[in-house]
Design a protein around this ligand. Sequence first.
Ligand SMILES: [Zn+2]
Length: 420
Amino acid sequence: MKQFKISQILFLFIAISLIWSCKEDTKWKGQEPIKRVSTLTKPIQLQLKKTYDLGNGIFCSNEFDGARLNGIVLTNDTLVTALITPENTPINGSPWYAFKIWSESKQDIYLKLTYLDGVKHRYYPKLSDDGIIWNSLDSIYYFPDTTSIMEESSPSNISMKLSISSDTLWVSAQELITSKHIYKWSEDLALNSFISLEKIGESREGKAINMLKIGTADDQKMIIVLSRQHPPEISGYLAMKSFVETLSSDTETAIKFRNTYNTYVIPLINPDGVDNGHWRHNSGGIDLNRDWETFNQPETEAVKIFMQNKVAASGGKFYFGVDFHSTFQDIYYTINPELKGNMPGLVPEMIEAMGKEIANYEPNIRPGGLDGPKISSTSYLFNEFGAESVTFEIGDNTPRDLIKQKGEISAIKLMELMLR
Ligand SMILES: [Zn+2]
């Protein structure tokens, strides 16, 4: 009798917990705390850059910036198998790949992408004839390895059917946007009279860390925009681009904003990682977004020195900071709303206002905790400068026109709120 009652209580407890967990509003689910890790330089493995002669008249190359291809073989007459490995381990499972493939005569092949044990496929293949215009592979030619798919998990390898010919076909994890493209975009923007371009430091391999200054204000009020700490995160970069272009536009709000606030943009923090086709790290083998406490890497150090010097010289304040990233879905990682910076409430208000402008869209907001290691860019921007800050995550597969719209509306709402 007693045992029966205990099992009844247990059943009731489980049922209540289940109902409670289902009721939990995921919109405001908190962040998982980030673990502190050493950011002292570690060795990385470079790719052998070459053109592979696979036989059957098929060739494949990784001899370009942004490429990632660590080995490739012709397994049988119609199957080509590629190996994609990271710059070092342990590493977040974001296997980036990019290579060119062509053939002496027109033929159809199956190309299989394989990774290290335990690594899951992440990026849906994009194809291009020129490395500029990209289209997703037609889904009828996409074959995930179903034997490896666990429930709701990604496959450990995928195959794709490709038609190849003497015209080079580019295959890439996302649209290929390397340092060359970002330097050019920055130079073009700097043709505007109210925008200037300055080098604030160098990467470990000596590439420029550039900064765009947008505005003609007196530096008493400033905002900062960061992007591409993590090389493959193209969708976040596209949102940043749209956000910055909106701040640079000819609208009355943008003009007024630029007369009041100067915006500082570092569009490419990790040029080495981007150009070497890294999965996540810089040339020092480090996740830069864990280095905003110890500043062991030159890329994070350059941003720190720039901001500290700017505040010391002007006596002004950074009121807002945003760092653009990509993940599996659109998420806003915010500072805990109980913590007040230089303009309390700005970030939640911006996200809410933006969400209202987009049809059928409920922003997924994940506030951080009240304590824990302060090792990411946004916690640094908040703790050191009081800048209301947000990590703006865009899903890998978010439609590109929606990304553009989100970047644009976020910038408009931000400017309106900051000019109140
Ligand atoms: Zn990221």
